[in-house]
Design a protein around this ligand. Structure first.
Ligand code: SAH
Length: 476
């Protein structure tokens, strides 16, 4: 058991190093792209070049945008506190870990979190998808704490590698003048951790697909944390928030209802739910996401603190160069001043592992899934767990398509993907004791550039279901 724990930890370190390297590789990989544009431009005949005198200037501007994005990324990484010491030496003999291909720390071809801007940009096996492709991910087994109130301690639900047990630790954070984190533990002991792992010697070469995941994250930032994402948030998050508001009319400050958001992405929906007067918990298993959401939630000093250029990585479907090179200010709000309800947290880890724990049975008044249920290998299991963790009479609000993330994954025999139609999904939900209260279709985009000539639309299923007071006996 002890050995397995070590291996899991080693795999997690490996996975985290790869993700951090992907972030660190962003400037170089982007520079590669720019060089490619330059090479193509140089190949133009002089008469054609003469028509495009502004083109080299655009390329220089692109370089400046990349360095601004890189500055944001580097600051984000500096603020990150890995849950394990990732600078320690690791030597992983993966053959000793028979379950590792099913394990999450090594899983790579998971959910993608952004709409592709071109078909070839998608980095997964499902690279011919027209829209939200497979991209991002690694999984994490421990949480990145959320501390949106600067005065209040951080609560970290640390999921142990061996199972679904959770424990909570408290600490307050500051940043020292070297950019290292001063960690004050609950006993008042102070330690200063320099981010050694940001040293280039720790950087590993990662495939370009990993850097694409970083670009996905940048687009996700717009969805969750920029004014430009407001339209998408109004389409996706507003209907959910309105339902919660109506369904829990008498919620009190003293004893707020508890709402879980599995697959919370960059955390905006979970934050909005908290601000509405719920004890809100986001659950997320991607370190790409967790590193970024933690930075925005915990380290934002003021709204509009950062500038990023999210749209520079695609030359396609631009109405103008200035559209492509436009800056976006983030975040659009200061999370710590947004008015959260006490108990807001982000819990890192696989939804299935964390919430199938017996302690979770009947623990939630509401579960909200937004663009999440199609991330399952087995959607039936997701629905089963959602039903288990809701109290009798609790509600499940869902919004999203059925773009199964593991569909079309050929050649991996031990992977599974059950791809049900909406009709079947509803049938399964009825079996697990849900009854429909509301159902509609919502037209929306996902991480779309609002000024692009291409806008992929989803006709997302939206529903409110209530768990009946007594569930029927469940078939094994
Ligand atoms: N709800 C967010 C993000 C949707 S994308 C939004 O609407 O913007 C789906 C998210 O689910 C991704 O962030 C992915 O990392 C996460 N995810 C996928 N499988 C998961 C699992 N098993 N446990 C926890 N999170 C998961």
């Amino acid at each position: 058991m002890r050995r397995r724990l070590k291996l899991e930890e080693a795999l997690e370190i490996k996975s985290l190093r790869r993700i951090i390297s992907a972030y660190l590789n962003y400037p170089d990989a982007s520079e590669e792209d720019v060089r490619r544009y330059e090479r193509s431009f140089r190949k133009l005949p002089p008469a054609h070049k003469a028509l495009l005198l502004h083109y080299p200037i655009k390329i220089q501007r692109l370089r400046r945008c990349i360095s601004v994005n890189s500055y944001f990324i580097f600051n984000m990484l500096q603020a990150f506190e890995p849950p394990v010491d990732i600078s320690q030496d690791i030597d992983v003999d993966e053959s000793l870990h028979p379950g590792h291909t099913q394990g999450h720390a090594t899983k790579e071809n998971n959910a993608c979190l952004c709409e592709s801007t071109s078909r070839t940009e998608i980095c997964s096996p499902a690279n011919d998808r027209p829209d939200r492709g497979e991209c991002c991910i690694e999984t994490c087994r421990s949480s990145v704490p959320v501390c949106v109130d600067e005065e209040v301690d951080v609560e970290a639900c640390h999921q142990l590698s061996t199972g679904s047990q959770s424990s909570c630790s408290m600490h307050a954070k500051e940043t020292d003048k070297h950019g290292g984190n001063i960690v004050v533990d609950s006993n008042g002991n102070v330690s200063s951790l320099r981010q050694e792992w940001l040293d280039p010697s720790f950087q590993i070469n990662v495939p370009l697909v990993d850097v694409d995941k970083v670009r996905c994250i940048i687009r996700n930032i717009v969805r969750d944390w920029a004014a430009e994402g407001q339209k998408e948030r109004d389409q996706c998050y507003k209907p959910i928030l309105e339902e919660l508001d109506v369904l829990f009319p008498n919620r009190s400050k003293e004893s707020p209802p508890a709402c879980l958001v599995p697959g919370a992405g960059l955390g905006r929906l979970a934050l909005e739910i908290s601000c509405l007067g719920f004890i809100s918990q986001g659950n997320e298993f991607s370190y790409y996401m967790m590193i970024c959401s933690s930075f925005i939630l915990n380290h934002t000093q003021t709204a509009g603190e950062w500038t990023i250029y999210p749209w520079i990585h695609s030359n396609c479907n631009s109405l103008s160069d200035s559209d492509q090179l436009r800056p976006v200010s983030i975040p659009d709000i200061h999370p710590a001043s947004a008015g959260i309800t006490e108990g807001f947290s982000m819990c890192g880890g696989d939804f299935i592992e964390v919430y199938s724990d017996p302690s979770q049975i009947g623990a939630w008044d509401a579960v909200v899934t937004c663009f999440f249920i199609d991330t399952a290998h087995n959607i039936v299991q997701y629905i089963e767990i959602i039903s288990q963790i809701l109290r009798n009479g609790g509600v499940w609000i869902n919004l999203g398509p059925l773009l199964y993330h593991f569909a079309e994954m050929y050649g991996q025999e031990d992977d599974m993907s059950i791809e049900l139609s909406l009709e079947d999904v509803k049938g399964v939900a009825l079996h697990y004791g849900f009854e429909f209260e509301k159902e509609s279709t919502i037209e929306t985009t996902y991480t779309t550039n609002p000024r692009s000539m291409m806008q992929n639309r989803y006709f997302a299923a939206f529903w409110v279901m209530r768990k009946k007071s007594a569930s029927p006996p469940q078939v094994a």
